[in-house]
Write a protein that binds this ligand. Structure first.
Ligand SMILES: N[C@@H](CCC(=O)N[C@@H](CS)C(=O)NCC(=O)O)C(=O)O
Length: 204
């Protein structure tokens, strides 16, 4: 299977860490692509009409898009269950995954308003609104999320999201959130995280 990847995408890294943890990394050929809504990548568009990574191209050529869908697919192949099957563990893990995705979405939107958009086109209230989502998200996760149990998709999504927010120098999550900070530092020691460190810049 080909994983259409980007070395600085939190969504793509979530899939790759998931594959490592599921024992499937050896079955993936990881192919790096640069993507941006302002710089079309025809090879990615040929597989995903949204022009985004990650994309998982199966051996019959079928292209799966959206990191959560790809993880769901890989979850069905791996020997280790990383997406709990039912009940509270399932919904808690999937909610945490959704929160982590939301942190990445807000972080990307914040970067548009602070770095990527030409300066005269930036809109500070929008940057403030996105920043508030990050802060509220960190606080909620510290207070209420369940991320200390057996490894699951929610934890993988959270760790790869926090690592990306840190990599991009976005508002920090560690100060004043000791539970989250401690868990994150320990999670970063996993071989799956060490094998998939972020690198590179976004080109718009
Ligand atoms: N919800 C999608 C988000 C994917 C996404 O936004 N990928 C970024 C890389 S971080 C991308 O390829 N952006 C290019 C674009 O927006 O055109 C997922 O979870 O896979």
């Amino acid at each position: 299977m080909d994983l259409i990847y980007q070395s600085h995408s939190p969504y793509a890294r979530k899939v790759l860490v998931f594959a490592h943890e599921a024992g499937l990394a050896g079955q993936l050929r990881v192919i790096h692509h640069e993507t941006s809504p302002t710089r079309r990548n025809d090879a990615v568009f040929a597989l995903n009409p949204l022009g985004k990574v990650p994309v998982l191209v199966l051996s019959d050529g079928f292209a799966l898009i959206e990191s959560s869908v790809i993880c769901d697919y890989l979850g069905g192949l791996g020997s280790r269950r990383l997406i709990p099957e039912s009940g509270h563990p399932r919904w808690s893990a999937l909610r945490l995954q959704a929160l982590a995705q939301g942190l990445c979405d807000a972080g990307i939107a914040l970067r548009w308003e602070t770095e990527r958009r030409p300066e005269p086109l930036r809109y500070p209230p929008l940057a403030e609104g996105q920043k508030a989502k990050l802060i509220e998200g960190y606080d909620f996760i510290e207070r209420e999320a369940e991320f200390e149990g057996p490894l699951d998709i929610g934890q993988i999504a959270l760790a790869t999201a926090l690592a990306w927010l840190e990599f991009r120098g976005l508002p920090g999550f560690a100060d004043g959130r000791p539970r989250l900070a401690r868990w994150y530092r320990e999670f970063c020691e996993r071989p799956s995280m060490k094998a998939t460190a972020y690198a590179g810049q976004t080109h718009d």
